[in-house]
Design a protein around this ligand. Structure first.
Ligand code: NAD
Length: 275
C-alpha cells in the first residue's frame, strides 16, 4: 500500500509514515532499513547519536531506489550545538550517510540550558540555503522554544518531532504547530510498544476493525495529521506497521482514543535535558 505524503511549509513532500531506527546497532541497521525499504517505506529517521548513519546509508545505497524517491532525516546532537560546530557535525552526518543532501535535518533537543539553539538554527538556515538539506526543523521543542526561534530566525521550522502517542496527545503543541504551518511528527508513536498496545480501548478498536493494536494506533496518528515513524527490527511487524492505508477509524473510535490522554511522558523532559 502506498504511503501518502504531507506537503511541508516550504513545498517539500514528506511521507506521512516512515521508519525509525533508534536503538538499532549500526550493523543491524543495514538489515532493518533494507527490510523496511522492501516493505515499501521510503522515509527513514536516524540521528547522529543513534550511531547508525553508516549502516542506514549502506542500506540506502544498496537498495537501488532513486535518491529522489527516498526521504532521509537525521539530527544534530546536543554537544554540537552552536553555529560552526553545527556545520561541521552536518558534514560528518552527510559523510556517514554517504549522501550529498538530506531531506530533513533536525535539532535533536532544544537543550535550553546551553542557550545555543538559535545560533544552531542559523547554521541550519545556511545548510538549507546551500541545498544540502531540503527542509530543516526541530525536535523536542516546547512552545517557549518554538516561540523564541520564530522570533529570532527567519525560516519557520518545517517539522517539530515530538513524543506523541495516545497517552501523550500534545494538544498545546499541535495547535501551535497548526498556527505556524509546522508539521507534527510523532516519536515513540506506539508508546515504545509497552503498555499502550494492551490498553482495553486500543484492543477494542483494533478488534472492531480486524487489525492489530499497533495498526489501530498508527491509524489514529494518521487521521490526526501526524507524521509517524514506528520502529521495529522484526520483519513481520515492519510490514504490519505500513499496512495501515486501507481502513479508517470512525468518530466513535477517535472519541475513545481522545479519552486516553494522560500527559504520560515516556522519554526525557525537553525543559531540562541536554544542558
Ligand atoms: P515506537 O513507539 O516506534 O515503538 C517501538 C517498539 O514497539 C519496538 O521496539 C517494539 O518493541 C514495539 N513494536 C513495534 N511494532 C510493533 C507491532 N507491530 N506490534 C507490537 N509491538 C511493536 O518507539 P521508538 O522507537 O521510541 O520511536 C520510533 C522512532 O522515533 C525511533 O526509532 C526514532 O527514530 C524516533 N525517536 C526520536 C526521538 C527524538 O528525541 N527525536 C526519541 C525517541 C524516538
Amino acid at each position: 500500500s502506498k504511503v501518502p505524503s504531507l506537503t511541508l511549509n516550504n513545498g517539500v513532500e514528506m511521507p506521512q509514515l516512515g521508519f525509525g531506527v533508534w536503538q538499532v546497532p549500526d550493523d543491524e541497521a543495514t538489515t532493518a532499513v533494507s527490510t523496511a525499504l522492501e516493505a515499501g517505506y521510503r522515509s527513514i529517521d536516524t540521528a547522529a547519536i543513534y550511531g547508525n548513519e553508516e549502516g542506514t546509508g549502506r542500506a540506502l545505497a544498496s537498495s537501488g531506489i532513486a535518491r529522489d524517491e527516498l526521504f532521509v532525516t537525521t539530527k544534530l546532537w546536543n554537544d554540537k550545538q552552536g553555529y560552526d560546530s553545527t556545520l561541521r557535525a552536518f558534514d560528518e552526518s552527510l559523510g556517514k550517510l554517504g549522501l550529498d543532501y538530506v531531506d530533513l535535518y533536525l535539532i535533536h533537543w532544544p537543550a535550553p540550558g546551553q542557550n545555543a539553539y538559535v545560533d544552531t538554527f542559523k547554521a541550519f538556515e545556511k545548510i538549507l540555503a546551500d541545498g544540502r538539506a531540503r527542509a530543516i526543523g526541530v525536535s523536542n521543542f516546547l512552545p517557549e522554544h518554538l516561540k523564541t526561534l520564530l522570533a529570532e530566525t527567519s525560516v519557520v521550522p518545517a517539522v517539530n518531532q515530538i513524543e506523541l502517542h495516545p497517552q501523550l496527545q500534545q494538544g498545546e503543541l499541535r495547535a501551535l504547530h497548526q498556527e505556524h504551518g509546522i508539521a507534527t511528527e510523532a516519536w515513540s508513536p506506539l508508546g515504545q510498544g509497552k503498555g499502550l498496545l494492551e490498553v482495553p480501548t486500543v484492543l477494542a478498536v483494533a478488534r472492531k476493525h480486524g487489525r492489530t493494536p499497533a495498526q489501530a494506533v498508527l491509524r489514529w496518528h494518521l487521521q490526526l495529521g501526524n507524521v509517524v515513524i514506528p520502529k521495529s527490527v522484526t520483519p513481520s511487524r515492519i510490514a504490519e506497521n505500513i499496512d495501515v492505508f486501507d481502513f479508517e477509524l470512525d468518530a466513535d473510535d477517535l472519541a475513545a482514543f481522545a479519552a486516553l490522554d494522560e500527559g504520560k511522558r515516556l522519554g526525557l523532559d525537553p525543559a531540562v535535558f541536554g544542558a
